[in-house]
Design a protein around this ligand. Structure first.
Ligand code: FAD
Ligand code: 2HG
Ligand code: ZN
Length: 473
């Protein structure tokens, strides 16, 4: 049996001693972004190539040591940090950050899994293409993490989740074999589509080391509007009108409740947040147009006129420049950071059919405030996709740690019971990690859970890939 010290020696030989971190401050790899859990790793290992990843996985598997694949460590559900045992190896992919190939004719780009999303977007833009995946964490999250979580973000209404953007994958299996499934083919019906097993598997089935992703032409114009809407019902009506007026030009549709915006105004006073004081809800929407800026503006104006006439919008601004557009988006993207500034909070990343969201929110708000008086509701999210961040901040002045310890479980139960009744999902885009692993059993059918267990058992029979995340042994 290989001892931990022997394994560390082997790992040093594979990736070089400088890339096996065991001492010093490992907070960046051991503490999750939300500061929910602090783990302890046997080592943080930073391979530089797919072959090194394969050799590391083989060595860990032979030693019976479990591994936690990690990208930017921006995940929201405690899935990318080690447990507290001090026995797990964190496999950090961030040194693998090359663009391997861009095929302009095929509209694809092939990259290492450790590429930071923003650098990938920038590379594509330099080459005249759009890579549409967009999240507020894009400055540090990686494409491997985006695939591992099947991340959503703010452009899903037009381009889909990360899954829809991926054509091929390269994966190191739990046994340390390399599966080269990198392909730019848009049609390939040769049996089971393995890529879809690994996408969204949160590091529990293998390590994604490379990916071929879809590119899009850069739109001629991208316009952003910020609108005050009197109710969530009106926001849904506005969404319907936006689909009609803008068709595939509608590339973003986000809703923000008044309290969520008040937190941005409070914690980031340098940002000018329109309408928040007078409107219970605001929407940020984006129109990407392949004809011209004039056409984009024309479509937007007609949409907003129709929405105002019908009473679905009470006031609106349309950005006059890219700088203004960025500022409006920045307000929306700052909400999670403003929530973090405000203190510990309870997150519910849920999805419901868009048409039923107002009813869901009215019902859940009433139940929740009756049971937890004073709880502060931070409701916002990707309304265009039926995905709300139905988050809750402790009552003003309350002890936040106590609130989280005592109220999180019953509050989750209350919210997820309503989600189930509405046939919704308890994790729309952030995944399950360890935070929601216990809950999965109550919200998936036994048949679905059985199939998931069979897949895990078939691909990772030793249970060494991110164990106890997503599906518990
Ligand atoms: P990590 O956090 O490092 O890992 C996440 C999971 O993926 C873990 O289970 C890990 O084991 C696994 N994983 C990582 N790399 C690999 C790999 N190479 N192979 C296999 N498995 C791997 N998420 C959204 O969906 N939409 C949003 O709009 C959004 N906004 C956010 C805003 C902020 C401010 C923050 C902090 C987070 C946000 N997130 C959002 C959550 C997070 O950024 C995403 O889940 C992102 O995809 C994680 O990428 P990462 O590289 O940081 O992955
Ligand atoms: C977003 O949409 C992210 O901003 C984060 O998914 C959501 O912090 C959250 O709850
Ligand atoms: Zn989100």
């Amino acid at each position: 049996m290989t001892s931990p010290a022997q394994l560390l020696d082997q790992l040093r030989q594979i990736v070089g001693a400088a890339n096996v971190l065991t001492d010093g401050d490992l907070t960046a790899w051991e503490l999750d972004w939300r500061r929910r859990e602090r783990g302890r790793a046997l080592a943080v290992v930073r391979p530089g190539t797919t072959e090194e990843v394969a050799a590391v996985v083989k060595a860990c598997a032979a030693a019976g040591v479990s591994m936690v694949p990690q990208g930017g460590n921006t995940g929201m559900v405690v899935g990318s940090t080690p447990d507290a045992s001090g026995t797990q190896v964190v496999l950090s992919l961030t040194r693998m950050n090359r663009v391997r190939a861009l095929d302009a004719g095929n509209l694809t780009i092939t990259v290492d899994a450790g590429c930071v999303l923003q650098s990938l977007q920038d590379e594509c833009e330099k080459a005249g293409f759009l890579f549409p995946l967009s999240l507020a964490s894009e400055g540090s999250c990686t494409i491997g993490g985006n695939l591992g979580t099947n991340a959503g973000g703010t452009q899903v209404v037009r381009y889909g989740n990360t899954r829809e953007l991926c054509l091929g994958l390269e994966v190191v299996t739990a046994q340390g074999e390399i599966w080269n499934g990198l392909t730019g083919l848009r049609k390939d019906n040769t049996g089971y589509d393995l890529r879809h097993l690994f996408i969204g598997s949160e590091g529990t089935l293998g390590v994604i080391t490379g990916a071929t992703m879809k590119l899009y032409p850069m739109p001629k114009a991208q316009l952003t509007a910020f609108a005050a809407v009197p109710s969530l019902e009106d926001a849904v009506k506005l969404l319907g009108l936006a689909h009609q007026h803008l068709s595939s030009g509608l590339t973003g549709f986000e809703v923000m409740g008044q309290f969520a915006l008040s937190l941005v105004a409070k914690h980031f006073p340098q940002q000018r947040v329109p309408f928040w004081q007078e409107s219970p809800w605001c929407v940020v929407l984006e129109n990407s147009d392949n004809e011209s800026e004039a056409h984009a503006r024309d479509c937007f104006e007609r949409l907003l006129e129709a929405a105002m006439e019908a009473g679905h919008v009470t006031d609106a601004v349309v950005a006059e420049s890219m700088a203004q557009a960025h500022a409006l988006w920045h307000i929306r993207e700052s909400i999670p950071l403003a929530q973090a500034e405000e203190g510990l909070n309870i997150k519910h990343d849920i999805s419901i059919n868009v048409s039923r969201i107002p009813e869901f929110v009215n019902e859940t708000n009433a139940l929740l405030l009756e049971r937890f008086p004073g709880a502060r509701l931070v409701t916002y999210g990707h309304l265009g996709d039926g995905n709300l961040h139905y988050n809750v901040q402790a009552p003003e002045g309350d002890d936040q740690a106590r609130f989280l310890n005592e109220e999180e479980a019953p509050m989750n139960e209350l919210v997820y019971e309503v989600v189930d009744r509405y046939n919704g999902s308890i994790s729309a885009e952030h995944g399950i990690g360890s935070l929601k692993a216990d809950k999965l059993a109550h919200h998936k059918s036994p048949v679905a859970l059985g199939l998931m267990r069979s897949i895990k058992q078939a691909l990772d029979p030793q249970n060494l890939m991110n164990p106890n995340r997503v599906i518990k042994a």
